[in-house]
Structures are given as C-alpha cells and as structure tokens.
Ligand binder design. Structure first.
Ligand code: GLP
Length: 291
C-alpha cells in the first residue's frame, strides 16, 4: 500500500485523474472499475475536461461499476447508472455498450450477481479499480462484517450508510435498503487500485483503514492485502494518520511518482520544479509534464 497526501482536495483529485489518464493512454482497452459518491464527481469532471482539452480517448475502454441500488431502474435519477451517465459516460466518447453496472431491477438478483462476476472475468478482470470510502469504511457497499473473500452479492445498507446518502435523495425514506455490490474479494482481484478520500469527515476511517488492523468490520482495511494499492488523500483526510511524514517521504523519493510530483507540486505551478523536471525527462515524457 502507498499513501499519497496532497495539499488539498483539488490536487488529490487531479492526481487521481492523471494516473487514470496515464493508464488509459498506455492501454486504450483498459478495464476500469468505477465508483460513485460525491468524492468521485470531481474526478469525473477532470476526466471529462481531459477528454475535451487533451483528447483523452475512452472509445476502447471497458468499465465495471462497484455497485447499484436494488429497486432503482437505470433511468431513476438516484441510480448509479444515471450518476455515471450524467457525470462521465455521456460526456466522453465511451461506447455505452462497454459500460457495466449491476442491474438492481433484475428479477433474479442472485443470478445477476453471478452474471456480473462472469462478465468481469470474461473481460479479463479489472485493470484499475477506482475506490471511494464510506464513513464506516465500506468499499462499494461492503458494509461492516463483509467477508474479506466475498464476491458480488446483495447487501443490506447500514443505518450509517443510508444516513450518509440522504443528501443525494429527495427524502430520507427514499434511500434504498439494499444494493448489489462487488465483494471485497472481487475488489481485491483487480490488478491495481486507487482509493480517493478527501475532507475531515473521512480522517478517522482513513487512519483505521491504513494503520489499523485488518478486520471484516472495516472492508477498506482489506486493501492492506493488495499488492498494488494507492490511497490518495488531501491533508484533511490524512490528518489522523500517525506516519504521514513517512508517506510524504515515499512520495517524494519513489521514482514512479516523478512525473506526477512535477505537475502536482505547488512549486511546479511556479515553474521552477517543472523546469528541472523537463531537463531530466526524456522527450516523449515531456507532454505529460507540460499538461
Ligand atoms: C457510496 C458508494 C461508495 C462510495 C461512498 C463514498 O456509499 N457506494 O462506493 O465510496 O458512497 O461517498 P462520498 O464520496 O459521497 O463520501
């Protein structure tokens, strides 16, 4: 696991979007695992901007969302299908046939869950999984006590999760009670994952997820088992981490982060570090640095 703490939410979001864009440019047929929630809205806005301004191409990629509410149709304003269409899919050149979410209206929900797992496997598995974190530490809708090896299935939403999602619904009682979600085990199968958390209200659960013991009570702690997992945080979400100096040191010294350090550091915005970076970068990497 790596933890990257950026000075503010914009810088954290920008870094996540740049990593996704880099992966997509390297592999146009990327299989992306996508997440919903308010935190992700700015990531998708940034990707849409990159599509419009830099020609970021989504035409060959495939996507699988983590979850969908049971009982909401795809055109319901609060369904995750609607969210994804609105924030990303209809704003970029993605082929909607290549975008997948579980069907929360399926007559046979058990069969739908098994089918979703088969569909992911049939596409070669997820290359890059984007994750948010719920206030109780859930990933997708893997509520407390989710098995660390669980697969896609129906989960009952906890009171904490329903309360967290109330602002997105017209009335509290309209928040669904159940959702289909990829399991913790399904998530751990992805080749690499990035979790984005911003804001003070995520600080306590982020500290538990990173520095606490692995437990089925907090599904995000399972990410400690993943060999390619990065948490990208703003200062507020990282404020309860005990070892943040160490995480900063790793980010500043890890060679893989070099192009991203140059563009996301505040100094770089003043030109100094970006210039030094340019002097060190091979020609083909310059466009990344200059973006
Ligand atoms: C929902 C989603 C999660 C997401 C969470 C975070 O519960 N099922 O996948 O991580 O929202 O939401 P927010 O970004 O609004 O805090």
């Amino acid at each position: 696991m790596e933890v990257v703490i950026r000075p503010n939410a914009d810088a954290a979001t920008d870094l996540v979007a740049r990593v996704i864009a880099r992966e997509l440019r390297d592999n146009p047929r990327l299989v992306m695992g996508l997440a919903t929630g308010r935190t992700m809205e700015s990531v998708y806005a940034r990707l849409v901007q990159m599509h419009r301004e830099e020609g970021l191409d989504f035409s060959a990629c495939r996507t699988f969302n983590l979850d969908e509410y049971v009982g909401l149709s795809s055109n319901h304003a609060n369904s995750y299908r609607h969210y994804m269409n609105h924030h990303l899919f209809l704003q970029v050149n993605i082929d909607l046939q290549n975008t997948h979410l579980p069907d929360g209206m399926a007559a046979d929900l058990v069969a739908e869950c098994a089918n979703y797992e088969r569909l992911i496997a049939g596409n070669g598995g997820i290359d890059l999984q984007l994750l948010g974190i719920g206030q109780n530490g859930h990933l997708g809708f893997n509520e407390p006590l989710s098995a660390l090896r669980s697969r896609t299935r129906v989960k009952i939403l906890s009171p904490v999760t329903r309360a967290q999602n109330v602002p997105l619904f017209p009335r509290p009682d309209l928040v669904p009670h159940r959702a289909i979600t990829m399991g913790v085990g399904s998530i751990l199968d992805c080749r690499c994952c990035i979790l984005l958390a911003t804001g003070e209200e995520k600080a306590a659960i982020v500290a538990k997820a990173v520095e606490g013991p692995i437990t089925g009570m907090i599904s995000a702690t399972a990410l400690q088992l993943h060999p390619e997992c990065t948490l990208i945080l703003d200062e507020a979400a990282g404020s309860q981490l005990k070892e943040s100096d160490y995480y900063h040191w790793v980010f500043e010294n890890q060679p893989e982060w070099e192009p991203f350090r140059a563009v996301s550091s505040p100094i770089a915005k003043n030109g100094f570090q970006a210039k030094r970076q340019l002097e060190k970068q091979p020609v083909e990497a310059m466009s990344d640095v200059l973006e």
